[in-house]
Design a protein around this ligand. Structure first.
Ligand code: GLC
Length: 424
């Protein structure tokens, strides 16, 4: 499979100027009577790109009778997940609207935590065919849409253009380049990835395995993890971790540590999601403005494989302000909200946003149609109400392999056995 071309991102400052959003009277109904001001609570994880404030500001301007109170949740998706489960299983109405990782909607729908959105989607003629299909599917379970797509994530390789001429095409090249250039221009390591025991590890593992053709489940949902391809992928992942090209504490590194170190100029290469691009281009916080290029992740012996990530948005089943909540969901997942997010490097799921010249200027990746093809071809994690169990099994077994406590073969065999018990 051919993913998008390598792109050297040259000297393009991130234009964070937002278009003025037309100010109009609210067309939303209110559970508490028209005209009265309603406050809704919107929860999402810590946002290091600064887009949330801009989004809320633009929404409130458009809907003067709806105030949005922001509730910041932890950055780690697993930790956030558990807090939502505690809140929602107690039928709390403390939050109205919240962002959901692509791996949550099936579970939350099955548990009855979220409102299905079909009646709103139909009533307001939302054209779902304008969204990236994989992102829509992540919010669909048992034939109903439980969450609207906000932004899509796919793993990318970031490289220092002032240190390496061309980004590595294979994992072997990556190891060589990382070792060779580590230490140049003040760097302390050659490569950064997310290898701590948490959800991000599952994504990194899917990418290594996928680059050799390995998968967790097949299209019918059968467990196919125990294959020579997955073993090769995990072996390569172990090799990278032990190569000396990554920091000594790689088994504790998640996304925030990755962008913190990378923006300080501490590494030659890094694997991260698209959001990091905006941070790197921000002169107030980055030492590597204009020095970073973005490319597809390296290949194994098969292809470049990116894990599908991203965030959806939905309504708490126990919200007392469902109409107002829907207005916020509609705004954030619709053209205006997606544009604001895109200007902060969150990749749109609403396809027309990619054609907007301002968006293309803010992040040149978005002007490349191969980028859109690449994210659309990213490998999804299993869509299942049992996903937390699936993830836990992978996290534990892959971590043991990376820590040298078992071989890649043993890890894959152990995952197969346990996953077969969960996925019946
Ligand atoms: C990003 C992705 C999300 C993934 C998480 C793992 O937030 O969008 O899907 O689960 O990273 O850390």
């Amino acid at each position: 499979m051919h993913l998008w071309k390598k792109i050297g991102v040259v000297g393009v400052a991130l234009a964070l100027m937002l278009t003025t959003v037309a100010c109009g009277s609210s067309d939303s109904g209110s559970d508490e009577g028209k005209g009265e001001q309603v406050t809704i609570v919107y929860a999402r994880g810590k946002d290091d790109t600064g887009s949330t404030e801009k989004l809320i500001e633009a929404f409130e301007k458009k809907h003067p009778n709806i105030k949005v109170k922001f509730k910041e949740m932890p950055t780690d998706t697993g930790v956030s997940h558990d807090q939502y489960v505690t809140m929602l299983s107690a039928q709390s109405s403390e939050i109205d609207v919240f962002d959901m990782d692509v791996i949550w909607p099936a579970e939350f729908a099955q548990a009855g935590y979220v409102q299905d959105l079909d009646r709103f989607i139909q009533r307001d003629n939302i054209d779902m065919s304008k969204y990236i299909p994989g992102a829509v599917e992540a919010g669909n379970f048992n034939g109903k849409q439980w969450a609207m797509p906000r932004f899509i994530d796919a793993g990318l390789l970031y490289y220092r253009k002032d240190i390496v001429k061309d980004p590595p095409k294979t994992w072997d090249e990556l190891i060589d380049l990382a070792k060779k250039h580590k230490g140049e221009k003040g760097t302390k390591s050659g490569f950064l990835m997310q290898a701590a025991q948490y959800e991000g590890l599952v994504c990194n593992f899917i990418e290594f395995a996928g680059s050799y053709g390995g998968r967790i489940l097949d299209e019918k949902g059968n467990v196919v993890i125990n294959s020579p391809e997955t073993v090769k992928g995990l072996e390569k992942m172990i090799e990278v971790v032990k190569s000396g090209a990554v920091p000594g504490n790689i088994l504790a590194i998640k996304e925030p540590e990755t962008h913190q170190m990378y923006k300080e100029g501490e590494s030659v290469l890094a694997r991260n999601w698209p959001y990091m691009f905006a941070i790197l281009q921000n002169p107030d916080e980055s030492k590597v403005v204009d020095k970073v290029g973005v490319a597809p992740l390296p290949k194994g012996d098969k292809e470049s494989a990116a894990a599908l990530g991203g965030w959806m948005i939905g309504i708490n089943k126990y919200s007392k302000h469902k109409e107002e909540a829907w207005e916020l969901v509609k705004f954030l997942s619709g053209p205006e909200g997606q544009k604001i997010s895109a200007l902060h490097s969150h990749s749109p799921t609403y396809l027309p946003t990619y054609d907007d010249p301002e968006v293309q200027k803010a992040n040149p990746l978005y002007a490349d149609e191969n980028f859109v093809k690449g994210v659309s071809a990213a490998i999804p994690r299993p869509v299942s109400p049992e996903y937390p169990k699936i993830s836990e099994i992978i996290q534990v077994e892959v971590s043991k392999a990376l820590a040298g406590k078992q071989s890649a073969k043993e890890a894959v065999k152990n995952m197969e056995k346990q996953l077969k018990e969960v996925v019946k």
